[in-house]
Design a protein around this ligand. Structure first.
Ligand SMILES: NC(=O)c1ccc[n+]([C@@H]2O[C@H](COP(=O)([O-])OP(=O)(O)OC[C@H]3O[C@@H](n4cnc5c(N)ncnc54)[C@H](O)[C@@H]3O)[C@@H](O)[C@H]2O)c1
Length: 305
């Protein structure tokens, strides 16, 4: 049985990835420092350690457990926090990745999967944006994730490990956090179900590409097994934040009570990634229509709120 180590496996995407890997027949171990993740997200049958990926203890775990694959998702992912605390962002996202790579280098790993982000494209000229577009690194988060990508490529070109990079668009679904930043669908779902106001930043005309978490993790597993280089995982569809609010209301069977807040400085106006390479090379494409994904998301939020 192939062994997969998932860093950030107590988080939103990492916990779904862990479940899907188990179903696919892998032996999985999770490392997470629980800074934003939760122990309850980790399936009970999975062995896990509360560790920071920047530590020597984590390196020893990699040495002793001998994974065949590493899926590296542990990260600081708030753009706002990255601006407020760029040192912490760089420490977790760059040094955390370098330490993980150094732990894995030269150990006959079958693949190192790094989960990157649409944020590296910034405001792209071409929408949906292909992988070879110019990058616009307009936040410390974008810089730190791209730096980690570059380290990965360096380790690979030095022959230290085989690697694949996946750039995800906006992922949504059960277990996404609804406080803090990032999970706009989660925030809207929680607000609708608690009869609170949905807060739209700016005019709500900014677009995003919403990928359901099951589709995302299926793509991550195929990329881990078959991929080399860089892939976007996305739907290729743009939807505005205002349309998202309306759709969530429709699925919840209510008219959402919307209020507007000032736009975020530097907020990207349009974002959608082209998934054509992933379809061509990996045979992957998103399957879940937005309405179905939102229905699943609302169902989960109803259970926990
Ligand atoms: N959610 C999205 O829409 C999205 C989009 C693009 C890329 N990503 C990437 O996907 C990955 C997972 O994101 P998520 O949405 O599941 O976020 P999340 O915050 O739920 O997951 C991150 C996990 O990493 C853990 N972690 C953070 N720092 C750590 C450290 N130093 N050592 C060990 N564990 C640590 C956290 O406790 C958490 O469980 C991240 O790398 C993020 O950059 C997410």
């Amino acid at each position: 049985m192939n062994r997969v180590l998932v860093t950030g496996g107590a988080g939103f995407i990492g916990s779904h990835l862990t479940e899907h890997l188990i179903r696919a027949g892998y032996q999985v171990a999770v490392v997470d420092d629980l800074s934003t993740g939760q122990k309850s997200n980790i399936p009970k049958t999975v062995s896990w350690r509360k560790l920071d990926v920047r530590t020597q203890a984590f390196r020893s775990l990699v040495r002793d457990w001998r994974p065949d694959y590493i899926c590296h998702l542990a990260a600081q992912l708030s753009v706002v926090d990255s601006v407020r605390e760029p040192t912490k962002d760089a420490s977790v996202n760059i040094l955390g990745t370098v330490n993980t790579l150094a732990a894995a280098a030269g150990r006959s790993l079958k693949k190192f999967l790094f989960v990157s982000t649409a944020a590296v494209y910034g405001q792209a000229r071409e929408i949906p944006t292909p992988e070879d577009s110019d990058l616009q690194l307009n936040s410390p988060y974008a810089v730190s994730k791209y730096s980690a990508e570059q380290y990965l490529s360096l380790f690979e070109s030095n022959g230290q490990l085989p690697a694949v990079i996946v750039r995800l668009s906006n992922v949504y679904g059960p277990r996404q956090r609804y406080s803090g930043e990032g999970g706009v669908a989660a925030k809207f779902a929680a607000a609708v179900l608690s009869n609170k106001k949905l807060v739209i930043e700016g005019r709500g005309e900014q677009t995003r590409d919403f990928l359901y978490v099951s589709d995302a993790v299926q793509g991550l597993i195929i990329a881990m097994e078959k991929g080399r280089g860089i892939y976007n995982l996305s739907t290729g569809q743009e939807i505005s934040i205002r349309e998202l609010a309306v759709k969530i209301g429709e699925v919840a069977g209510t008219v959402p009570n919307v209020t507007y807040a000032p736009a975020r400085p530097n907020d990207v106006k349009r974002s959608s990634l082209s998934p054509i390479r992933a379809k061509r090379d990996l045979g992957w494409q998103a399957q879940t229509p937005l309405t179905d994904g939102l229905r699943q998301t609302l169902k989960w939020f109803k259970e926990i709120l």
